[in-house]
Design a protein around this ligand. Structure first.
Ligand SMILES: Nc1ncnc2c1ncn2[C@@H]1O[C@H](COP(=O)(O)OP(=O)(O)OP(=O)(O)O)[C@@H](O)[C@H]1O
Ligand SMILES: [Mg+2]
Length: 409
């Protein structure tokens, strides 16, 4: 029996780690491999220390430097498998992701990066900017993009600094307020449907997203909200982004208008997988995470640090290909990177019991306790009953649908 330890690098969350640990424990050994899970603590480390972990799921390093540098060390020196690697997430934030997907011919809305509004706190900046910063006409840039547009940080997250701009007055107010944040101006897409996909390894779930509603209502439980073509396109874009950057745990936002699919945000180093926001989709996400980790460890999948972008650029540069044909080629590259077929075979052969196991767990008292504890830690006391009932309703719905699915399977 080969023993693997999966390390979890966590922030404030306790819901999905508990679910992940519990499902892994109930699953037990798989094909001669056993899996344990530990929550990683932060402490001094020698750069030559041997890590205990073969794999790390990271939710923290985007914000904290010490664990980020530890991740780089274990990636470079010890070949530890990371979801996700800081080598790409630190250097390839939103801005780089926009560039890459434009380079591949995707329908990224027109986007312009403008210089900082306020000088940086650096004694040499005044000299450099007076000598080299070109004056520019913000109104002319906005007019060329066209209103409405979005102003948002080049590396954003959690709506920090995002504003919708309808006219020149709002433009100047927002730019003045941006201070030392580096900003994109991006054409607003007037969309019919917002499709947000969550990818974990070889699996992707495309969900209908309602950004204007409170967090717990943003993901709608709706199954056929996209045409078959648009659904396939949203799915392919999500997989493509992740295969391109070697991100294995990420969410991708696309706006769908008519038959067109516009990607607007697809660098989410720590995608939201909270029980309170994913609700109905939470069991799917936890299963996908367990399956991917088990697959990667049991098949000794190797982590790669280099991106080999040429393979994708060759498709982008192939003359005479239609957009749809290009997407088809990208899809093949993405499926090859994620070993989709091998993954599916592995799951069918070695993880067939997982569906029933997770169904039993979600339908049982232990999961209900987790649900209650999660609500208690997220919402104020006077809202506990309401949110417990709300979440239970959605999870009962999942249990009903999943039972029916397993019966017909
Ligand atoms: N080009 C656009 N057209 C239409 N709506 C947009 C556009 N860009 C951003 N938005 C809206 O603004 C929201 C936040 O923008 P964005 O996703 O880029 O920022 P964020 O900080 O990453 O937010 P989040 O953490 O929710 O992903 C989007 O969910 C969408 O509703
Ligand atoms: Mg976003």
């Amino acid at each position: 029996m080969t023993r693997h330890i999966i390390g979890l690098l966590l922030g404030t969350e306790d819901d999905w780690p508990t679910a992940f640990e519990e499902i892994l424990r109930r699953l037990g050994p798989v094909d001669g491999h056993s899996f344990d899970c530990e929550r990683i603590t932060i402490e001094p480390f020698s750069l030559r220390d041997q890590p205990r972990y073969r794999m790390v799921i990271d939710r923290l390093a985007y914000w904290y430097y010490h664990p980020r540098e530890w991740l780089k060390k274990v990636a470079l020196m010890d070949g530890v498998y990371l979801l996700n690697s800081p080598f790409t997430f630190q250097s390839m934030e939103k801005h780089a992701a926009y560039c890459a997907m434009m380079r591949l011919g995707l329908k990224v809305p027109e986007t312009v990066l403008v210089p900082y509004k306020n000088p940086l706190d650096n004694s040499r900046y005044a000299y450099t900017s007076s000598r080299y910063n070109q004056p520019f006409d913000l109104d002319a840039i906005a007019a060329k993009i066209g209103y409405p547009l979005f102003m948002k940080p080049y590396d954003g997250g959690a709506w920090r600094g995002v504003s919708k701009i309808n006219n020149a007055d709002e433009l100047h107010a927002a730019y003045d307020a941006s201070g030392e944040m580096l900003m994109h101006l991006q054409k607003a897409i007037d969309y019919d449907v917002f499709a947000r996909s969550l990818s974990i390894g070889a699996e992707t779930m495309v969900m209908k997203f309602q950004p204007d509603l409170p967090m717990h209502e943003r993901y709608a439980v709706e199954h056929d909200f996209l045409s078959a073509d648009a659904g396939m396109e949203a799915l392919t874009i999500g997989k493509l982004v992740n295969a391109f950057f070697r991100w294995e745990f990420n969410s991708c936002e696309t706006l769908v208008k008519g038959g067109e699919v516009y990607p607007i945000d697809y660098a989410n180093a720590c995608p939201d997988v909270a029980l309170t926001s994913l609700h109905y989709y939470f069991p799917w996400a936890m299963k996908a995470l367990v399956k991917w980790c088990v697959f990667a460890l049991a098949t000794d999948r190797q982590a790669k640090l280099d991106l080999e972008t040429d393979r994708f650029f060759a498709v982008a540069d192939e003359p005479g290909m239609s957009y749809g044909e290009r997407l088809g080629e990208y899809r093949k590259l993405a499926d090859a990177y994620f070993e989709t077929e091998r993954y599916q075979d592995f799951c069918a052969t070695h993880l067939a019991r997982l569906d029933q196991l997770v169904l039993d767990w979600v339908a049982g008292p232990d999961f209900d306790q987790l649900l209650i504890r999660t609500v208690q830690s997220v919402y104020p006391v006077h809202e506990h009953d309401k949110f417990i009932a709300h979440l239970r309703g959605l999870l009962h719905l999942w249990v009903r649908d999943e039972s029916a699915r397993l019966e017909t399977a």
